[in-house]
Design a binder for this molecule. Structure first.
Ligand code: GRF
Length: 220
């Protein structure tokens, strides 16, 4: 993976600014980024009915749907998506509930400036249905992770994590709500660190300049 300060220097040279956020549905994490004053240049979705698109449009942010079902292959969709992303010249591309697996080509194109939020404490529970699987496994601490995206699903270098307790009476919905509150706190912070050029990666481990805590705990 490209070293973060390196791409940062490249971004400055090439006049890339702000972020493009990719969503597929509700868009509450995208909303949190907007409300924390992150420079969102555009919101893109692979589904025209994604609720988050309306939120972005209401705030004057370009919001565009590109339906993956209109493309014959993952690669052709990803090619069109990349062309759309590049129209906004973003410094970073942020996956906020984007429910599509990216082709290796797309990951490589933005590697080092491509972040995702995942609703578990990675490396536990990669993939789908994380809250149900956490309950089934009987873990007592659960949470969310912001990480760099690499070709292997949910396996890129970890930037920031939010931990929450799992309570005896939790349902999938109550646990998901507690984790989501944590997501809304860590995602803006991690994206800000990236844009500020504070992240570096050494042997797969992310450090933040100034060494702030790379975790949060919310017991409520
Ligand atoms: C979040 O739980 C996120 O971690 C996961 O998908 C969900 C998206 O929620 N990748 P929202 O669309 O941001 O509300």
């Amino acid at each position: 993976m490209a070293d973060a300060p390196l791409w940062r220097a490249r971004a400055r040279d090439s006049q890339l600014t702000g972020i493009v956020v990719l969503i597929s549905g509700r868009g509450s994490n995208m909303r949190s980024l907007v409300e924390h004053q992150l420079p969102v240049r555009a919101v893109l979705s692979n589904r025209a009915d994604a609720a988050g698109l309306a939120f972005a449009r209401d705030r004057g942010i370009p919001a565009v749907a590109l339906d993956h079902r209109d493309f014959a292959s993952r690669e052709s969709f990803d090619q069109a998506l990349a062309e759309l992303i590049d129209r906004y010249h973003p410094e970073a591309v942020i996956l906020a509930g984007f429910m599509r697996i990216l082709s290796v080509g797309l990951v490589r194109r933005y590697e080092g400036r491509l972040l995702n939020i995942h609703p578990s404490l990675l490396p536990a529970f990669p993939g789908l249905d994380t809250h149900a699987r956490a309950l089934q496994a009987g873990v007592k601490i659960h949470g969310a992770t912001v990480h760099y995206v690499t070709p292997e699903l949910d396996a890129g270098p970890i930037i920031l994590q939010a931990a929450v307790p799992v309570r005896p009476d939790d349902t999938e919905a109550s646990l998901a709500a507690r984790v989501l509150a944590g997501e809304h706190r860590i995602f803006p912070l991690a994206v800000q660190w990236l844009l500020d050029g504070r992240l570096s990666i050494s042997e797969g481990v992310v450090r933040v300049a100034g060494d702030p805590p790379q975790w949060m705990f919310n017991a409520s």
